[in-house]
Design a protein around this ligand. Structure first.
Ligand SMILES: C[S@@+](CC[C@H](N)C(=O)[O-])C[C@H]1O[C@@H](n2cnc3c(N)ncnc32)[C@H](O)[C@@H]1O
Length: 254
């Protein structure tokens, strides 16, 4: 509860737990006031908050790659019965636990990789998978595992996008000798980053818009809304037959 922490105590803990990626307002103390994207992620959230139900009473939420818990906390504020946040980074999880504590929000934060969501043994009404896809070496596997193990209805998804925002109409099949489609900027493309991008060695992929939309569909997520350039709200749908037969068994990466 914020009343249980003095402003000085919050300031001291925020400094000790930093650096922060999420700029949170903890009882008047900003956690990342100099973020290179501004008041992040609040500035982004404002652009798509309207596509998430105002009232999440009776719903469960899983925030994968929750970082310091900005989205998990917003979902709890909307009344979700149960919110679980996962991240692989101990320091971000410590930030999230402290922030939720200051805000008096009951959220379960766990150290777990998106590849291990099958271990949760539970489906969630809303999955948040924001800003994680391009940090993964195996992004399509992550989407497949989310679809198979934890998604029940909605997926809120975001990815960094690079390249054209054009979307070509794609044929279901092309002759072996037909290659011009691959030269088009509107064909689904994902750029592989062998070393670093934006000083971050965990940026492995930079997909274009056509690519993330195709990946979502291919993993069995129907796009219901596209409220912001990088953000999609999807509904769980049947996975296309070709993807179904190629799904990897649980634990394939362990
Ligand atoms: C760019 S941040 C996005 C944070 C937050 N979801 C948002 O949109 O503001 C990426 C987060 O994903 C986490 N992450 C990276 N690889 C992960 C994995 N395999 N499983 C779960 N989280 C992961 C990072 O630790 C980091 O907190």
């Amino acid at each position: 509860m914020s009343g249980a922490f003095s402003r000085e105590e919050i300031r001291r803990r925020v400094d000790a737990l930093g650096p922060w990626f999420h700029n949170l307002d903890l009882n008047g103390v900003s956690t990342a006031p100099s973020h290179f994207l501004g008041d992040y992620p609040r500035v982004k959230w404002r652009r798509f908050a309207g596509v998430i139900p105002e009232n999440l009473h009776g719903k469960t939420v899983l925030d994968i790659g929750c970082n310091a818990g900005f989205y998990a906390m917003e979902m709890k504020r909307r009344g979700a019965d149960r919110v679980v946040g996962l991240d692989t980074d101990d320091e971000y999880l410590e930030q999230a636990k402290f922030a939720a504590d200051v805000n008096g929000l009951e959220i379960e934060f766990r150290k777990m990789s998106t590849y291990d969501v099958g271990q949760l043994g539970e489906k969630f009404d809303l999955i948040i998978f924001m800003g994680v896809l391009y940090h993964l070496r195996h992004p399509l596997l992550a989407l497949d595992l989310i679809h198979e193990h934890v998604a029940r209805d909605l997926l809120l998804f975001q990815s960094m996008l690079r390249g054209s925002s054009r979307i070509d109409t794609i044929e279901r099949n092309y002759d072996f000798w037909t290659t011009s489609q691959f030269e088009s900027s509107g064909y689904p493309k994902m750029h592989f980053i062998e070393h670093k991008y934006a000083d971050d060695p965990t940026n492995w992929w930079a997909p274009n818009r056509a690519c993330v939309e195709a990946m979502l569909r291919s993993s069995g997520f129907a796009i219901a809304a596209h409220p912001e350039e990088e953000v999609y709200l999807c509904r769980k749908a049947a996975r296309p037959a070709a993807a179904e037969s190629l799904a990897l068994p649980e634990g394939a990466l362990r």
